[in-house]
Ligand binder design. Structure first.
Ligand code: FPP
Length: 248
């Protein structure tokens, strides 16, 4: 029985967040440049979009480029920016045809101008689609995002638009890049690393974490389905006892 067949479609995570790790090591194992790993990583991105679409997951967020990634060698940063640009341009029609809505989170103003323009075009082009929402985290860092939210509230407070009673979880979450996106129930990281790496720190508070040994270019649809089956076998307690959860 395949993992896909084992999935309970009534208990699907609505939102899956993914740290796509291991492209560099995958390329190195094959005696190739790191960029070759990133290029092949795109194929796994496609697999995730197809897989999520097939079973009806609503949101996938991909950690495509972190704020820390700007510190990589210049040629690798340029290659990643070019890959992002060419992938968006090449895939936008097929995303649209598959009813996928594209969104982006992160410090997007730091991306090369051309990337910003093409990304915005693709977002606008797919904005009314009602299938999977694909969220790209680009120049994204969770601490940065949280500080932005705090600043925004501080300004509102200073301008007397809000008072202390406004400071609660719901209103804080409303200032985050992800304000219109539900929290991920499941976070997957590939390549055997067991870290969050400044990804969705606020949003992952109650998420189930799943770590795969596979390097990102080897992570395929069936691996996504395996992670979902694993998630469905867990008990999410949100601080309550097992007995309380079983009763409700
Ligand atoms: C981590 O592997 C991967 C990245 C930093 C980039 C991932 C980006 C892509 C697959 C392209 C995405 C583009 C779009 C538009 C979705 P690593 O380089 O850290 O691998 P390593 O840990 O083995 O060195």
């Amino acid at each position: 029985m395949s993992f896909k067949e084992k999935i309970d479609l009534n208990k699907l995570p609505k939102h899956i967040a993914i740290i796509m790790d291991g492209n560099g090591r995958w390329a190195k194992q094959k005696g190739k440049m790191r960029v070759f790993g990133h290029q092949n990583g795109i194929k796994s991105v496609r697999e995730m979009i197809d897989g999520a679409g097939e079973i009806g997951v609503n949101y996938i967020t991909l950690y495509a480029f972190s704020k820390e990634n700007w510190q990589r060698p210049k040629y690798e940063v340029e290659a990643l920016m070019n890959l992002m640009l060419s992938s968006i341009n090449r895939e936008v029609k097929s995303l649209h045809k598959n009813n996928v809505r594209l969104m982006a989170i992160g410090d997007l103003g730091n991306l090369p101008k051309k990337n910003q323009v093409e990304l915005q075009k693709a977002i606008d082009y797919t904005k009314d689609n009602t299938g999977l929402t694909l969220v790209l985290a680009l120049s994204y860092g969770s601490r940065w995002e949280i500080i932005q939210a705090a600043k925004s509230l501080a300004i509102k407070y200073k301008n007397n638009e809000i008072d202390e009673s406004y400071f609660n979880e719901a209103n804080f979450q409303n200032e985050l890049n992800t304000h219109n996106i539900p929290e991920p129930e499941l976070m997957i990281r590939t390549s055997g690393e067991m870290r969050i790496s400044n990804f969705l720190l606020w949003q992952l508070a109650y998420s189930e974490l799943y770590f795969s040994e596979k390097l990102w270019p080897d992570f395929k649809k069936e691996d996504l389905f395996e992670a979902i089956v694993d998630y469905q076998n867990r008990e999410r307690r949100f601080g309550k006892t097992s007995e309380q959860i079983q009763k409700s």
